[in-house]
Design a protein around this ligand. Structure first.
Ligand SMILES: Nc1ccn([C@@H]2O[C@H](COP(=O)(O)O)[C@@H](O)[C@H]2O)c(=O)n1
Length: 290
């Protein structure tokens, strides 16, 4: 397999069971790219975790001029309080879950207080330091060229992530997004968030609420899943009649603490890899290297 996909020998790549990866890939390739769908997390999966040694923004609005200094400070305090809990491998998901709901709820309330205007979002994204991972053009464009559906499933803010990929020129017709969307009043001012909250540990529920999407894709039982947290592993739980799933996990932070749990859960773990080189090589392989 390393001969077929040389990128699987990159130093960032770890696999608990390379033979299993080989078997899944062979089976998916044999089934053809018209049976494939891709499901990916957004923040720190399609976007970079760090650049030039500095952490990239997670929430994108955190540093924007759409929010005042007091709000920035409060969002930062929330991040400093809850992010260590999010990545703490000694706590169970059950223990983390209510705390994540608390984090997301407080952050959304703070953003609503800022009376953010819909028509200011594009500029805020343009001015932000959000960066898609190297190789994103190939990833998005190749999936589009081969008519492979890409579902971006994010606990971030849908309006913002759509703007990021729109400005990058890759918001193609094969892309669907499940995320938290802003609700604007008749003057275009943020007044709430729509629908059920999506946070890092309830993507399974989010997937099961969207049965229509997965029903439309029932002729595509082979899934390539990309994530950066253990919560992302449930993003494909709504897929109907799944035949094969290959899970690729980016391990960006607290590597030694979390290495084993990522190896136990993801088929391929990419350690501190800021690129989409490996997912791109896999996508190329699954589309017959065309
Ligand atoms: N107020 C918040 C809430 C969440 N985050 C981070 O954003 C990530 C969003 O989730 P994805 O599903 O797109 O990965 C999550 O991992 C949180 O760390 C934040 O920065 N501020």
């Amino acid at each position: 397999m390393n001969f077929v996909i040389p990128q699987l020998s990159n130093t960032s790549v770890c696999m608990k069971d390379p033979q299993r990866v080989r078997d899944i890939l062979e089976s998916m390739q044999k089934a053809g790219s018209n049976t494939l769908q891709v499901i990916s997390d957004f923040d720190m999966t399609l976007t970079r975790f760090a650049f030039n040694g500095k952490r990239c923004p997670t929430y994108i609005l955190d540093n924007s001029r759409l929010i005042n200094d007091e709000c920035k400070l409060k969002l930062k305090e929330l991040l400093n309080t809850y992010y260590p809990i999010e990545i703490d491998s000694t706590r169970s998901v059950e223990e983390k879950l209510p705390l994540m709901v608390e984090w997301w709820t407080k952050a959304h309330e703070l953003l609503i207080e800022q009376k953010i205007k819909k028509d200011a979002l594009a500029l805020a994204v343009r001015e932000s330091e959000a960066m898609l991972r190297d190789g994103y053009e190939f990833f998005f464009n190749h999936l589009h060229e081969h008519s492979i559906p890409l579902l971006i499933f994010s606990a971030g803010i849908g309006d913002i992530l759509e703007e990021v990929i729109r400005q990058a020129g890759v918001f193609h017709s094969n892309v669907n997004v499940f995320s938290n969307y802003m609700d604007f009043d008749e003057l275009g001012v943020l007044q709430a968030f729509k629908g059920e909250l999506i946070h890092i540990y309830n993507k399974r529920e989010g997937a099961l609420l969207n049965t229509g999407h997965f029903r439309e894709l029932r002729a595509r039982p082979n899934v390539l899943l990309l994530g950066d947290s253990l919560g992302d592993l449930t993003m494909a739980d709504g897929v109907q009649d799944m035949e094969n799933i290959l899970k690729i996990g980016f391990l960006n932070d607290k590597v030694e603490d979390r290495r084993q749990s990522y190896l136990d859960s993801y088929d391929i773990v990419l350690i501190k890899d800021e690129t989409l080189e490996v997912p791109n090589a896999i996508v190329r392989f699954l589309t017959g290297n065309e």
